[in-house]
Structure formats: structure tokens, C-alpha cells
Design a protein around this ligand. Structure first.
Ligand SMILES: [Ca+2]
Ligand SMILES: [Ca+2]
Length: 306
């Protein structure tokens, strides 16, 4: 989710070298449901979800990229979690774009997790539709419970100490050629100079803004498999990879630690490299009087049957 300009550069390095194996339909018979939220209640279940942003100065959230993550940008309605991105003229931080973030485990930005739900391996699935918005994206993603606190020490150049897993991101509404697509990605070794990224863009999802679709991750000791509507769209294995110079660059990419789930919507930072053109378009093209909703029917987590 972060350092996206770097991601683009790393994409050039990694494209074409990831080992792909056959992708098929998810076999849910292999799994048992172990955690879920169907969002059937009257309000959000705060025993399952935590506002995953910081609080500053007694306000209801904190700046995030070009907008603000606040703790009142979501509600449960008609069996869905609705996470709204909107322009607030009189928001806690003043006029700007406000959106939300929720996770299954609370952490502070020192990297310490404070309980909550996390799991190693299994199958993780969301059913949702995403907002048709410029300069913003919604995502279903995972992070290791230490938030990369140990990323640059013993396990440098591997993902075994944890990876950011972007099960899906939807930044492409602005691009008429990419509009009906999402991306998957894996990032590891922290967000500093050692960051490594394995992205998969251009995953076709018909009418993703108007219809519900499922986005899933199957995670085993040896691979990640990403799914859209139950069909595998990308496989990342633990094999060694060669770069274009023939050198082995990444290996053991698959996380071997517990990770927690994050749901988020956020807006681009125009000040970053690439700015509004480099990642998800121009916020100024949006209607400031409109609400842009990320609508989530459920999140379900499975573990492999023993
Ligand atoms: Ca690492
Ligand atoms: Ca539901």
C-alpha cells in the first residue's frame, strides 16, 4: 500500500520473473470456516474490528496520504459493511477527503499488536463492490502482526518473517483501459530501502463497481494463490526467482508468521512521486457532494482441514 512509486520501479524488475503455476478454482471442501463477519447486525462488531488509524490531537483519526482516515467513515447497513470516502467541508481536520480503515487486530505504529484476530495459512475471502472514484482505492489486505518491526534484521531478502499481502486493490477507475481490473501484490522487507514487491496488475473483474465479486487468498507454507470469484488469478511460490541478469533475487517469499486482515479506502497523495497520475488518478474529478462507498457483504476466513 505504501511506497507505490517504488512499487512501479520494482514492477519493472520483477515482471516476468515470478514463477507461475497452474491456477484453478478454489476447492472450499478442503477448508473449514474459522472466522467470519457477515455484517448482519445493527452496527459494527467491535469485538472483531478495530479502527486501524492513528488518533492525533484529540481528533477522530489522522492524515493518511492525501486525505484522512477517521473512525466514523463506516457503518453496517442492510447486511453490509459500508466504508465511505467523501469530501467533508467541516471535517475534524478541515475540508478534505475522508475515508476509513478497519483491521482484525489493533496495533500501534510502534509495531506492537494488541490482540485481535490473526492467522497463519488458510483461505481468506471478501465479497464486495468497490467505489467508482478517481484518485482513491479500496483494498482487502493483510499484514504480519509485528508490522515489519523486525523486517530488516535476520530475515532480510525473504518474506518468511511476514509480507504485506494485497489480496486486491482497486485503483484503476481513472484509466479507461484498466478500469475493469484490480491488482494483487506482495511486499516485504519493510517500507524502507529494502522494500521488495511482487505485483500482479490487470486482473479483469467485470463491472466491479456495480456488482459484488469475491476476492480471495489461499495461503499455504509454499505458496500464495489469489482468486477472483473463486477462480485463481495469480500464484506466487517459494521458488527462487531470476532477474533479467540471471541473478537469484528473491526466495522464500511466502510469509511463515500470523497475519491480520485490513479493510481500507484511501486517497492518493498528490505530493508523492507519480502523484495523481502515477497511481489512481485525479481526486479533483470527483463529485464533492457524493459518497463513494466500499460495500462489503462478508469477510470469511478458513483453515485447511487436518
Ligand atoms: Ca524479510
Ligand atoms: Ca452480509
Amino acid at each position: 500500500m505504501k511506497k507505490l512509486a517504488t512499487l512501479v520501479i520494482l514492477f519493472v524488475l520483477t515482471v516476468g520473473v515470478l514463477s507461475l503455476s497452474s491456477c484453478q478454482k478454489i476447492d472450499t471442501d478442503k477448508f473449514s470456516l474459522v472466522w467470519e463477519d457477515e455484517f448482519d447486525g445493527e452496527e459494527l462488531d467491535y469485538t472483531k474490528w478495530h479502527f486501524d488509524g492513528r488518533y492525533v490531537d484529540g481528533k477522530n483519526g489522522a492524515p493518511r496520504n492525501g486525505g484522512y482516515w477517521v473512525d466514523d467513515a463506516f457503518k453496517v447497513e442492510d447486511g453490509n459493511l459500508v466504508m465511505t470516502t467523501e469530501w467533508r467541508e467541516d471535517g475534524d481536520f478541515g475540508a478534505g477527503w475522508y475515508s476509513g480503515v478497519l483491521s482484525t487486530a489493533y496495533y500501534d505504529y510502534g509495531g506492537e499488536t494488541n490482540g485481535g484476530f490473526a492467522q497463519k495459512y488458510g483461505y481468506f475471502e471478501i465479497r464486495c463492490k468497490v467505489p467508482a472514484i478517481y484518485g482513491s482505492w479500496s483494498a482487502f489486505w493483510m499484514m504480519p502482526t509485528d508490522n515489519f518491526a523486525n523486517a530488516n534484521t535476520e530475515y532480510l531478502n525473504t518474506g518468511i518473517d511476514g509480507t504485506e499481502i494485497d489480496i486486491f486493490e482497486s485503483p484503476f477507475y481513472y484509466d479507461i483501459f484498466m478500469r475493469q481490473t484490480v491488482s494483487h501484490a506482495v511486499h516485504y522487507d519493510g517500507y524502507g530501502e529494502h522494500l521488495k514487491s511482487a505485483p500482479k496488475t490487470g486482473v479483469n473483474v467485470p463491472n466491479l463497481y456495480g456488482d459484488f465479486h469475491t476476492y480471495g487468498l489461499e495461503w499455504t507454507e509454499n505458496y500464495y494463490k489469489f482468486y477472483v470469484d473463486g477462480i485463481c488469478t495469480w500464484t506466487v511460490t517459494d521458488e527462487k526467482y531470476k532477474n533479467r541478469q540471471g541473478e537469484t533475487v528473491y526466495q522464500n517469499i511466502v510469509s511463515q508468521v500470523e497475519e491480520y486482515i485490513i479493510l481500507s479506502s484511501e486517497v492518493v497523495n498528490p505530493e508523492e512521486e507519480g502523484g495523481t497520475k502515477g497511481w489512481c488518478g485525479d481526486l479533483a474529478k470527483n463529485d464533492k457532494s457524493k459518497k463513494y462507498d466500499f460495500v462489503i457483504d462478508y469477510v470469511r476466513v478458513y483453515q485447511l482441514n487436518q
